[in-house]
Design a protein around this ligand. Structure first.
Ligand code: SF4
Length: 361
């Protein structure tokens, strides 16, 4: 084994932070089993044998989006045949229908950047959902959407977040980080929040007491250096605020996107090594999520052996990844998630959106 890899193994065993060069060395390793072995050591020390899931529902208010990122199969123009918009009443009715399940605890709300809707519409949706379903946690709006709300309302980022908190937003999802590199964003998503804006919005949210998630969309045009720099930018911000709850690896799904003919779907090999390396680099993140919607349940289950300790939720009606041809289910039952976690030798734990334990199963 190379000296650097030997040194990494010792550092992981002793719980010592890895450097950028060591992160890059991990991406150069072709020893997937060894990466999983190291990630398991870190996972066990940081989060033990509990694997978390929650009972949630996704609401995507519209797919009409003015950003039209090249990697996105969900966003479309208003006159596209696939375009849809949801009224406040429709969102309420979907939420109330799902809330008939007494276990439902979270609504995950993300949408396209609609060119005509005012910020007040989103506030109204959040206010109404909170008024009708006060016991349901509203995890709503990525940093990209918050950035857009500031643009269309003329408010500052802080004012936008404060208004959403007053309306009933409880936490923020982690999407829109993609790769925090100006080079990548200029090529793939030049119309939405920049890397520094995404980080600044997460920082502001954390300072205002709002927890958020972090993510990385990998497997498109980014380099391994950019993956590691992305992880380090998140690690630095987490050192500063402690406001990230979990980190989610999103493999890029090229189907139905502008990049479909140029880029292949990531391999399971890459999915697992990226999961493991994320666990190893993000030593200050308690949770690493294997998002079964993007990975498929079998790969998400396998990822539990590569550093993941969270398998997301029951989800109910996922639209964004399925627009890009994902062949996972659109929702899973609680029993299916519990079974998958147990088969991996871990302890299933139902959690709420802030990672409080509801039940150890
Ligand atoms: S990734 Fe988000 S911002 Fe970009 S086109 Fe899709 S919906 Fe719009």
């Amino acid at each position: 084994m190379d000296t650097i890899l030997y040194g990494i193994e010792h550092k992981v065993r002793d719980g010592i932070r890895l450097t950028r060069d060591e992160g890059l060395a991990l991406f150069k390793s072709d020893d997937l089993a060894w990466l999983g072995y190291l990630a398991n050591i870190a996972r066990k020390r940081i989060s033990g044998d509990y694997v978390y899931f929650n009972v949630n529902r996704h609401i995507n208010l519209t797919n009409v989006c003015e950003a039209r990122c090249k990697f996105c199969a969900f966003g479309c123009d208003g006159d596209s045949a696939q375009a849809y918009t949801m009224t406040k009443e429709k969102a309420l009715s979907l939420a109330k229908q799902s809330a008939q399940d007494p276990d439902l605890r979270e609504l995950h709300i993300v949408s396209g950047l609609h060119p005509e809707w005012p910020f007040e519409f989103y506030l109204d949706v959040v206010r109404s959902l909170k008024a009708e379903l006060p016991h349901i946690h509203l995890k709503a709006f990525t940093a990209v959407e918050i950035c857009y709300f500031a643009k269309i309302s003329g408010l500052t980022i802080e004012e936008v977040i404060k208004a959403l908190i007053a309306a009933g937003m409880d936490s923020m999802p982690g999407g829109g980080a993609e790769i925090l590199s100006d080079r990548v964003r200029e090529q793939l998503c030049p119309k939405k929040a920049t890397a520094s804006q995404w980080l600044a919005i997460a920082r502001t949210a954390h300072q205002l007491g709002i927890k958020s998630n972090a993510s990385m969309l990998y497997g498109h045009i980014e380099t391994m250096e950019e993956r590691i720099d992305h992880l380090l930018a998140l690690r630095d911000l987490q050192d500063e605020t402690g406001g990230f709850q979990t980190f989610i690896c999103f493999p890029f799904h090229p189907a139905n996107t502008e990049l479909e003919s140029k880029i292949m779907r990531t391999s399971v090999w890459d999915d697992l090594r990226t999961m493991a390396i994320s666990r190893l680099m993000l030593d200050n993140f308690k949770n690493i999520k294997a998002y079964w919607i993007m990975l498929t349940l079998p790969v998400a289950q396998l990822a539990l052996g590569f550093g993941a300790n969270d398998i997301d939720g029951t989800v109910s009606e996922e639209k964004i990844v399925h627009a890009a041809g994902a062949n996972s289910s659109r929702s899973l039952s609680k029993d299916t998630l519990i079974g998958a976690i147990r088969q991996a030798g871990r302890v299933p734990v139902e959690r709420d959106s802030l990672y409080n334990i509801i039940k150890v199963l």
